[in-house]
Design a protein around this ligand. Structure first.
Ligand code: 2HA
Ligand code: ZN
Length: 271
């Protein structure tokens, strides 16, 4: 079977189409990277034959070397992935020296990985060490999450508290809270390192005035985290200045107890 028919390409094509239709990924906004185990790569590529080599511009962590990633291309539009995956996606293998990505498939028009690949790979390394089943890093520009970040101080305790107080699903889906970065220049190793640092404690990190990063074991999990933050941010923004019924602290504590969750400290005072 051709790799374009694989479940991996299908999953990324379907989710990028879905995210585009949510209105989150205007123009070339957003990017996804998906760690694919070698045993599955071998089903499509019996041995490594590389089309091109692509410089990373940073040194990939040891845990990621010789690993394969399906990655959206730089300058590519989410809305087009489903129509032409082989041009808009690429399958790369990280070299054993950590400096190069070898291209096995995709980027047909001469393209390369997303400009946010440093933030993706640095986040993968941190999440892989926390949980080796973590395979997906997803970046997108969800409208209400960006609005909410513009209306609040860049403080992750404040941001997390506002989310938890707005929607009872919030503490259940992200009990470890949301990491928050201030507005920074994107596409750089610096924002990559800052994102990865936050990913030590959180599977979700917001980039103020820009968007969000989500990590998960699979596409559904990463997307589910982001859509829950975005839905909650929408509730927060639509009710801003009008709230009569905010979720009481006791209910948030009760939900965490019911689901046996460890809450981010400092957000809700335990009484
Ligand atoms: O790839 O979203 O952050 C386009 C972006 C940059
Ligand atoms: Zn972006």
């Amino acid at each position: 079977m051709d790799f374009v028919e694989s479940k991996f390409v299908k999953e990324v094509s379907e989710i990028t189409d879905n995210m585009y239709h949510q209105g989150w990924d205007e123009r070339n906004g957003g990017n996804i990277s998906y760690l694919i185990d070698e045993q599955f790569v071998r089903e499509y590529f019996p041995k490594d034959v590389f089309l091109r080599d692509l410089e990373l511009g940073f040194t990939a962590d040891e845990v990621l070397r010789n690993k394969y990633f399906l990655v959206t291309g730089t300058g590519k539009y989410f809305k087009n992935v489903i129509k032409d995956p082989e041009n808009n996606l690429g399958l790369v293998k990280i070299d054993s020296d950590g400096h190069t990505a070898h291209l096995l498939w995709g980027y047909r028009d001469g393209g390369r990985m997303t400009s946010e690949f440093p933030a993706h790979l640095m986040s993968h390394a941190v999440r892989f060490k926390a949980n080796p089943n973590n395979r997906v890093i997803m970046h997108t520009h969800p409208t209400y999450t960006i609005c909410m970040g513009a209306c609040l101080p860049t403080d992750e305790v404040v941001f997390t508290r506002k989310l938890w107080k707005s929607n009872t699903e919030a503490v259940v889906v992200f009990p470890e809270g949301v990491g928050v970065l201030p507005c920074m220049v994107c596409g750089t190793n610096e924002i990559g390192m800052a994102t990865a640092e936050k990913m030590k404690e959180h599977r979700i990190v917001t980039w103020t005035n820009h968007g969000i990063y989500g990590a998960g074991n699979d596409i559904d999990e990463a997307f589910g985290l982001i859509e829950t933050v975005e839905k909650t941010a929408q509730i927060y923004m639509l009710t801003l200045g009008h709230v009569v019924n905010e979720i009481p602290d006791e209910v948030i504590i009760g939900l965490a107890k019911l689901w046996n969750l460890k809450m981010m400290p400092g957000v809700i005072e335990e009484k």
